[in-house]
Write a protein of this length. Structure first.
Ligand SMILES: [Zn+2]
Length: 250
């Protein structure tokens, strides 16, 4: 559509009309993307889904990306402590959802971490998941989702010796612990009045390449169509996946 307009003579339009048309086309060109999440509350894990969603939306607003959460699932069979050496248990569990839905397990405890992101091959299909535990930081979910959307690359200047984390403490993908500057409130987030959890232009560009297939998901109301047939096959076909990666994040 932009191509067609560019080759039309618009001088017959009055100035305000041309300006309005430009703004309309510009807004269409920067269409917002949505990633759909499936929260799963495991055992007696804290339910901090609402807060996590607020921070994830605030953080990824800098690239016009937002999140929708499907209705929560619960699991009384998955273990209360996540065994990070056996993540296949989660990718083969009945609570795991097909792409483009990204499953988020809320677990009471992850050994040695407060969040984790991982991908693994299950029945010849590489699958992704993330998890957060009861000692989460406000941006832990956003950070773990960032790992998946970046396909486990740092996407900018990497933290020394770590190809998945960023070197800048103000970057969303900086390692946790005491290194990354964590937002105490939404107003600490970059673009919301603060400087925390920034994404660089190169990271945004990499995410928008959609190497993992979670962008351009349907709105939740239409997600059910992905349960059937052709759409699902096409969805998996367009995904180029990095195999058997996992990152425990403190
Ligand atoms: Zn991390």
């Amino acid at each position: 559509m932009l191509f067609l307009v560019r080759n039309c003579n618009l001088r017959f339009l009055p100035g305000p009309a041309r300006a309005g048309l430009f703004l309309l086309l510009a807004s269409a060109a920067v269409r917002a993307e949505t990633v759909i999440l499936q929260p799963v509350i495991v055992d007696s894990a804290f339910d901090h889904t609402a807060s996590d969603l607020v921070f994830a939306d605030a953080i990824f607003a800098q690239m016009s990306l937002d999140f929708e959460m499907l209705p929560e699932l619960t699991s009384s069979t998955l273990p209360a402590t996540m065994d990070t050496s056996n993540l296949g248990v989660y990718l083969t569990d009945s609570t795991w959802q097909l792409a483009p839905v990204l499953t988020v397990w809320y677990v009471p405890n992850i050994t040695g971490a407060r969040g984790i992101s991982f991908g693994g091959t299950v029945n010849s299909t590489v699958s992704y998941g993330v998890a957060v535990d009861n000692v989460y930081a406000n941006d832990t979910l956003a950070h773990e989702i960032g790992h998946v959307l970046l396909d486990f690359q740092c996407g900018t200047t990497c933290y020394p010796g770590d190809s998945a984390h960023a070197d800048d403490p103000n970057n969303l993908m900086a390692p946790g612990g005491t290194y990354r500057n964590l937002p105490a409130s939404v107003s600490d987030v970059y673009g919301q009045g603060g400087t925390d959890d920034q994404l660089t232009a190169s990271q945004i560009s990499l995410i928008l390449q959609d190497q993992t297939g979670f962008l351009e998901g349907p709105e939740p109301v239409t997600a059910v169509s992905f349960l059937s047939g052709t759409a699902l096959v096409l969805c998996f076909r367009r995904v180029r996946r990095r195999k058997n990666a996992r990152f425990k994040c403190v």
